[in-house]
Design a protein around this ligand. Structure first.
Ligand SMILES: *Cc1c(COP(=O)(O)O)cnc(C)c1O
Length: 371
């Protein structure tokens, strides 16, 4: 890649393929693979990433909200798309775009059946989610009979899958809890089969479930963060390759005298130790939260760490380059796929890779390599 001349997020599609193949190698040959491409494919670019994965014969996509699925359909994605968090106001665009809703409680199940019936649908594919401990979305184990009775009479819909979501699959200290979730899901599935006479496709595993709980794979797994290169543990992350590199450039260099301050609210006041700063064209509006300021986060310039000093501005940060040999126009690495990954930087702000990568705002240009 040429040196960055502005802030760019480079997406390495070869790394995406590597991660997909690594995760696939953990599965039985028959297990299907759903790629979670919500939130712009975790801050990458949902359309480009979904197109690339569709060519790799991915089985399914999932998005959080209906409009994310519409964007994929508009871009020509024909693979099945599960909408993880539909809302009744979006039923129309869901059906118009052949998106498959997750129905997670009695209210939305009944509303969708009514809507699909009114639209003269026949066996429209839907998915039923069960809450086995996350306490976020989903029916309870005790709702199976109600669901069976409700769907029996409903010609307009067809249950394509039953699923659940693990709460702590990355935390091996919560192994007992996770095993309980898997047992609870199995009980639900057995009851569903008894009450309806059939078993739809089953899935409950996210990336860490793929890596840590083979018994949670069932018919399909749902991976997001693993595809994008993070394994939620040092051991697993070593096998994966972060697909995104965030680069920028030095706009201006300042010499700072003892007693001078840098940035808004004079948050940094020089005691003479920091004598040179570089201003970079990215700020909290680009996804570098204010928590990275005041010495917490850092960038890399010509192989050396430059800490972020003072408050992060909306469109700029200032970094300490006192001991770094660099000039205006030089490239700056915010995070990359090897040494300073998004996980490393996220940890300086006590957060996780997921939050940092999904925060990189849409005004940051995306460039792709490795087609
Ligand atoms: C976001 C999400 C996933 C993906 O989880 P990762 O940890 O990124 O693999 C899977 N399932 C559901 C229901 C989700 O909301």
């Amino acid at each position: 890649m040429p040196k960055a001349q502005e802030t760019v997020l480079e997406i390495d599609l070869k790394a995406l393929k590597h991660n997909f193949e690594y995760l696939k190698s953990k599965l039985q040959p028959k297990t299907k693979f759903l790629a979670v491409v919500k939130a712009f494919a975790y801050g990458g670019d949902a359309v480009e990433i979904a197109k690339y994965l569709q060519n790799l014969d991915i089985d399914y996509f999932a998005v959080a909200y209906a409009n994310e699925g519409v964007a994929l359909r508009k871009a020509g994605i024909t693979t099945s798309i599960l909408v993880l968090h539909p809302l009744a106001i979006n039923f129309n665009i869901i059906i118009e775009n052949c998106l498959e809703p997750n129905l997670y409680n009695a209210k939305i199940l009944n509303e969708f059946i009514d809507f699909a019936s009114a639209k003269k649908q026949n066996e429209y594919p839907i998915h039923i989610k069960f809450n086995t401990g996350l306490n976020r979305l989903g029916f309870l184990e005790s709702d199976v009979e109600y669901i069976a009775d409700t769907i029996k009479a409903a010609q307009a819909i067809k249950v394509k899958s039953l699923f659940s979501h693990l709460a702590a699959s990355e935390d091996l200290k919560e192994r007992d809890f996770t095993i309980n979730q898997i047992h609870s899901f199995k009980t639900i599935v057995a009851n569903f089969k008894t009450k309806t006479g059939y078993t739809p496709m089953l899935h409950m595993s996210n990336t860490s479930g793929i890596l840590n709980y083979p018994e949670s794979h069932f018919d399909m797994v749902r991976s997001g963060i693993g595809l994008y290169g993070f394994g939620n543990s040092e051991k697993e992350s070593a096998y994966l390759k972060p697909i995104a590199t965030l680069k920028t450039v030095i706009s201006q260099i300042h010499n700072i005298e003892k007693g001078e301050s840098v940035g808004y609210n004079r948050a940094y006041k020089s005691d003479g130790v920091i004598t040179k700063t570089a201003t970079l064209p990215l700020g909290h509006a680009d996804g570098i939260s204010r928590i990275y300021g005041n010495g917490n986060g850092f960038v890399t310039i010509n192989g050396q760490k430059a800490s972020i000093i003072g408050n992060v501005c909306m469109d700029m940060i200032m970094v300490n380059i006192t001991d770094i040999n660099c000039k205006e126009g030089d490239e700056v690495i915010v995070f990359d796929s090897n040494t300073i990954t998004a996980e490393t930087l996220a940890n300086t702000a006590n957060t996780i890779s997921y939050e940092l990568i999904t925060s990189i705002s849409q005004r940051v240009k995306r460039v792709f390599n490795g087609y």
